[in-house]
Design a protein around this ligand. Sequence first.
Ligand SMILES: [Fe+2]
Length: 466
Amino acid sequence: MADHDHNKNSLDFLTKGRQSPSAQEILRAEGRPVPPVFETEQPRFLGDEDIPFSRYLDPAFFAREMTDMWPNVWQWACREEHIPEPGDYYVYDIGPHSALIVRQEDGSLKAFANSCLHRGTKFRPGSDCGGMDEIRCPFHGWTWSLAGALERVPYDWDVPHLKERDFSLPQISVDIWGGFVFVNFDEDAGPLADYIAPTPEHLENFRLEDRYVELHIEKELACNWKAAKEAFVENYHTQETHPQLLLGSDDEGTQYDVLGDHVTRFFCLFGVPSRLIDPRPSEQELVDQTLTGDRSLLGDDVIVKEGESARVVMARVLRRQLGEAYGVDLSRYTDTEMIDVSQYGLFPNAIAFPQLSLPMMYRFRPIGNHPERSLFEIVFLRPVPDAGPRPAPAEPIRLKEEESFTTVPGFDPILGHVYDQDTGNLRAQQEGFHASRKPGETLLNYQEIRIRHLHQTLDKYLADSD
Ligand SMILES: [Fe+2]
């Protein structure tokens, strides 16, 4: 790397002029324990050219994504708890591609192209999930074992030519991390752990495999899938879109990292006011503004004592509240693991939030084959109780574009309002792509680096197949 580029990758260069203290500066000043993976920074400068709007609109570009990118990447399909028993299956669709994931008799997983080898019919429809004894086509009844071996063809005297051919179901790569089942339509894909490195190592202590789906929301959006994801990878929009969050969100101090070709991160401290909040609230005011639920149940825990900060008190309260609510011992988590928000963006379309305050996974997909429609999914992943059975995963709740997140039963309406603010921008942005007399978008170098990174990794897949 040339010296010139090296300097541009330095944090000093990239954040010159920033006035808020960085997340790392605040953590160092606190002097509380922080896991090593949250003490590191990996800023990158990836260029500053505009990104063409055509990438969000053009059916030909969308078609290239479908032929050259989507079939060659690892993508999160479901959770292991969706398919716990032999014969349990889950259908994951992306554009025209469809994977039928099946739990085997020995407990392992296999995934097959979801298309009958007779005349092509899908075995099961998209997003279907259930149990079966064998894989059977609903059209003429050709039947395969759960392992994909052809077992039965009605009136097989009429297809003697089957005997010389392999009619096993074509397999799709399947792999697991943290209880998440991933598929890659490339049957020779390398290991998932390499593809999403260093995420498994960074998030080991969160034991995501010991979580369950408490709430699953699907929201239809009138925008390209990339625009949908990009609305959630920067904290820059908070000052305009979510001004009510500035009290507890260190927006300008948020950290942005490029951790690999497929992984980016942001790291935002909770309980630190934005510098736009003036005058700065007291530590007790910060605690009072961010607490939810019945304060009388919390007693003295919520009082900021001599020498304490709001962040210490919030972590203590949340450790107790969530520990009691979910029947888990959370004592092994540091304050930052309890309350702060780190996001691990996995190329192409998932974002993992491991922290206990907002434990989630997002997914963004085109709806069908539409460049300007997408589905945004939020899955809340709560810890499985230390004692007793694993709760069953929640069924998805689907919202149309015009329906509010605040209508979802069991979803905190304050948070629902935040998501309404986020998704409320996206139709206007997609329409603005069309209306623009400027050919592309201009990005911030540091705070919007994860958007540029998404496009550059996408380009690597498109170029590889040229
Ligand atoms: Fe937002």
